[in-house]
Design a protein around this ligand. Structure first.
Ligand code: HEC
Ligand code: HEC
Length: 308
């Protein structure tokens, strides 16, 4: 018996040791990923100042890029208390996971307005890289990387007009568990997911076309997956986003049922969509033409099986 206990102790101790070494290695790999700095060439983007462009930027920010979901209603940082943001749980200050603080984008105290140059905005939004040269945390730049020069210029023009709101936020950073998870989960550190030197492909002209719909639907891939056949809401407790190709429920809908779903947050099957998971309450500000274009694109996809 004693002998058995001795061997039992040696084996479990050994396994535990291997497990701990593995955790330490993953932690170090994750730390390296988080601390990697990027020194890249930033292509300049013309930032207009006319009222029409600023209005266009505001529309993109509110209805398409849904920046307020994370950066808060007034874009001065998340509305943590009411947890009125998607994904709510991501904005915790968790000793194991880390701190995720979507920045104050205004020119008030603690904000980036007045501090950021045009180039800094492009580096952050298109490349997911902050002023320190490191990857921003969870900012969806992998998707925003596809925004056209014209739209990006308009977005920056609009951000520069935001009324100042004072809100000094803590810095974001991953804690040990967050760093271990970052080894496997690319969306934590968007700069690691982007080919920063890829030549830019021309963006489609705005219109009711499947091509323009694909451009707009880039934002949907954050949760519904790269192939739109299903995915997970980042930062949530693994909340599932359904298949929206014709292989999913929308396959049996008409165009107007799709538009009604986004406008009302209720599907033809009578499901209420939770705005804290699916930001339909923001997408509802898209124009009919924009929603039509997205519908045309979704219809043009093959009927895929649900697959994350
Ligand atoms: C899923 C949440 C999320 C969404 C949606 C989002 N952001 Fe962010 N953003 C963040 C977080 C978190 C940070 C801070 C990351 C950090 O400090 O590492 C950030 C940082 C930034 C920064 C850099 C600021 C700085 O302090 O370095 C800019 C600029 C920015 N976001 C603009 C935008 C714009 C414009 C949109 C919409 C087109 C947008 N964001 C949408 C989460 C988000
Ligand atoms: C932040 C994550 C997120 C983004 C971004 C997002 N969705 Fe969703 N979507 C969800 C989740 C989660 C559900 C399921 C919600 C529920 O059942 O309460 C959903 C549900 C839906 C449904 C209902 C499908 C069904 O089977 O009933 C449609 C349609 C839809 N989304 C379309 C879109 C489109 C189009 C876009 C882009 C313009 C988009 N979503 C962007 C998370 C997201």
């Amino acid at each position: 018996m004693r002998r058995f206990l001795k061997w039992f102790g040696i084996i479990t101790g050994g396994l535990l040791g291997v497990f701990l070494v593995l955790l330490v290695v993953l932690f170090l790999v994750g730390s390296r990923k988080e601390n990697r700095t990027y020194d890249i060439e930033i292509a300049s983007v013309a930032v207009p100042t006319d009222a029409a462009s600023i209005a266009k930027g505001k529309h993109y920010v509110e209805a398409i890029g849904v920046c307020q979901v994370c950066h808060g209603q007034d874009l001065a940082g998340p509305d943590v208390d009411g947890c009125k943001v998607v994904p709510c749980t991501a904005f915790s200050d968790d000793p194991l996971f880390g701190k995720l603080m979507p920045s104050n984008l205004t020119s008030g105290r603690g904000g980036i307005g007045g501090v950021f140059s045009d180039e800094d905005y492009v580096r952050a939004i298109r490349h997911g890289i902050g002023l320190d040269g490191k990857s921003l945390l969870i900012m969806p730049s992998e998707q925003f990387n596809k925004i056209s020069d014209e739209d990006l210029g308009a977005i920056i023009a609009y951000l520069k007009t935001l009324p100042p709101v004072d809100n000094e936020l803590d810095e974001s950073g991953l804690a040990p568990l967050g760093r271990i998870l970052a080894v496997f989960e690319g969306s934590f550190l968007p700069a690691t997911q982007i080919d920063h030197n890829a030549p830019r492909t021309p963006s489609p002209v705005a219109g009711v076309t499947a091509e323009y719909g694909e451009y707009l639907a880039e934002i949907c891939t954050i949760c519904h997956g790269e192939r739109l056949s299903g995915g997970e809401v980042p930062g949530s407790d693994r909340a599932e986003a359904p298949n929206i190709t014709p292989g999913g429920a929308p396959g049996s809908w008409t165009r107007s049922q799709f538009i009604d779903t986004i406008r009302s947050g209720t599907t033809p099957q009578g499901n209420l969509l939770d705005p804290r998971l699916m930001p339909w309450n923001r997408f509802t500000q898209m124009t009919d033409d924009e929603l039509d274009a997205i519908w045309l694109y979704l219809q043009s996809l093959p009927a895929r099986e649900f697959e994350k």
